[in-house]
Unconditional design. Structure first.
Length: 196
């Protein structure tokens, strides 16, 4: 299996795949990692059910990204996570379009938009989040490409993805379910001349 050229560039930039305890995949990557760092441990059975529900979903993370981005031409996904606790399992997606953050729920079984959308002005975000989204919008790489690379590298299926800032650099953080393990894959897009 070959990875596309841009995906190979992402993979060559920085790749870190580590096995995470199952408790590290709660609601979203950022929240889960923060909870883990603070020592919070959600109910293991609930997390096992979440993973099993995810494995039964027919829509992939990248399909959900494509569906959400198609709602607003030119939008870019900043965060996505699987939510198996909803009445019907959904992907919770945040996309950026012009001066707004759009939040959508995409049905993980059939790919329909569930419950409409919510939009928030970017100015309501803190300065670090606004900066991350500004960098995301000017980079040539997208979260969907990072998901493909992470799934290939970890030999699994992505359950969530988002942005992180480390040492002043924007990185994609993808959580992949592979066999009985959950792995976090961190990818740093290659620097582009004149861009942060």
């Amino acid at each position: 299996m070959r990875t596309p050229h841009l995906c190979r560039q992402l993979l060559a930039a920085v790749l870190l795949a580590v096995a995470l305890p199952a408790h590290a995949i709660a609601t979203s990557t950022a929240t889960a990692l923060q909870n883990e760092a603070e020592g919070a441990r959600p109910d293991q059975r609930a997390l096992d059910r979440e993973i099993e529900t995810f494995r039964g979903s027919t829509i992939s993370l990248n399909q959900a990204i494509a569906i959400a981005e198609a709602l607003h031409a030119g939008s870019t996904t900043a965060d996505i996570s699987f939510d198996g606790a909803a009445v019907a399992p959904v992907y919770r997606v945040k996309t950026v379009h012009q001066d707004r953050i759009w939040q959508q729920a995409i049905d993980a079984g059939i790919g329909n938009l569930v419950g409409g959308e919510a939009a928030y002005p970017l100015r309501e975000l803190d300065s670090e989040d606004r900066h991350n989204l500004t960098v995301l919008r000017v980079t040539r790489h997208r979260l969907s490409e990072a998901v493909r690379v992470a799934e290939f590298a970890a030999s699994g299926r992505a359950i969530s993805g988002g942005l992180a800032r480390e040492d002043g650099r924007l990185k994609f953080v993808i959580v992949v379910v592979t066999g009985s393990e959950v792995k976090q894959v961190i990818l740093e897009p290659p620097a582009t001349a004149g861009r942060p």
